[in-house]
Design a protein around this ligand. Structure first.
Ligand SMILES: Nc1ncnc2c1ncn2[C@@H]1O[C@H](COP(=O)(O)OP(=O)(O)OP(=O)(O)O)[C@@H](O)[C@H]1O
Length: 242
């Protein structure tokens, strides 16, 4: 059974039809890269998977949970599905460690000691254990994003959704964040990434989903899609970014 199952999903913002019948299945352990031009609906699709946006038609299933606006379902979903954003979204008045401890404490009701141990383990996973007591404003963008990844990992998610998580970084800091994702992928984490990092999508990703005008226009194994794009829309897109 797929970990994520998206069936005929339609999403409107007012009368703007943004997702036009999306179908996508993602198996546990897969690394999926969603690519496409600005405005094609990539972020909206990601946000529909974890319930940050409501869809109007179709079904989204994560594990055996149907993604609906129901608060209990959303809380359950937050334990399965982590999301990392372009802008880090760390609490500036909390240290790196405290940022990571917050969800296990509030959502999983773990003790302070358990949260601290867990936060240390998660920071170790992203190479940030030395920075436990640092505040976000003393960290580089790449370090902040690694703390944000650790914060997601602290909920032991089955899947991580990443929305252009390297786009706000200086070029020299992109590699350290991609390396963390690569390690997570090697450990079997299911990743769905909206990304402009085509080399990562090609070399690390299992499958590419090319979105165009609110539809999955083309999809397939990453090496095949990059080597042999079938539609002119994908050919044009790839020639503009590669
Ligand atoms: N909250 C919103 N209200 C109204 N329209 C929105 C909203 N969010 C996104 N849109 C519109 O929905 C369409 C898809 O946006 P989305 O952000 O999903 O695209 P994207 O492919 O992720 O683009 P980008 O790469 O620029 O982030 C765009 O036309 C956008 O203007």
């Amino acid at each position: 059974m797929p970990l994520v199952s998206i069936e005929n999903v339609h999403k409107y913002y007012g009368d703007k039809h943004v997702l036009k019948g999306i179908n996508l299945k993602v198996n546990a352990g897969e690394v999926i890269s969603i690519i496409g031009r600005s405005g094609s609906g990539k972020s909206t699709l990601l946000r529909c998977i974890n319930g940050l946006e409501e869809h109007q038609e179709g079904n989204v299933l994560v594990g055996n949970l149907e993604v609906t606006a129901n608060e209990v379902q959303l809380l359950r979903l937050s334990k399965i599905c982590g999301m990392i954003f372009q802008g880090f979204n760390l609490y500036p008045h909390k240290t790196a460690g405290e940022n990571v401890m917050l969800s296990p404490k509030l959502v999983l009701n773990k003790t302070d000691k358990e949260c601290k141990e867990l936060a240390m383990q998660c920071l170790e996973k992203v190479g940030m254990e030395q920075m436990f007591n640092q505040y976000p404003n003393s960290l580089s963008g790449g370090q902040k994003q690694r703390v944000a990844i650790a914060r997601s990992l602290a909920m032991s998610p089955k899947i991580l959704l990443c929305d252009e998580i390297t786009s706000a970084l200086d070029p020299e800091l992109v590699g350290e964040v991609l390396k963390v994702l690569e390690n997570l992928a090697k450990e079997g984490m299911t990743l769905i990434l909206v990304t402009h990092e085509m080399n990562f999508a090609r070399d690390i990703g299992d499958r590419v989903v090319f979105m165009h005008q609110g539809k999955v226009w083309e999809t397939g194994p990453s090496d095949e899609v990059f080597a042999n794009p079938k539609t002119p829309e994908l050919q044009n897109f790839l020639s503009s970014v590669l």
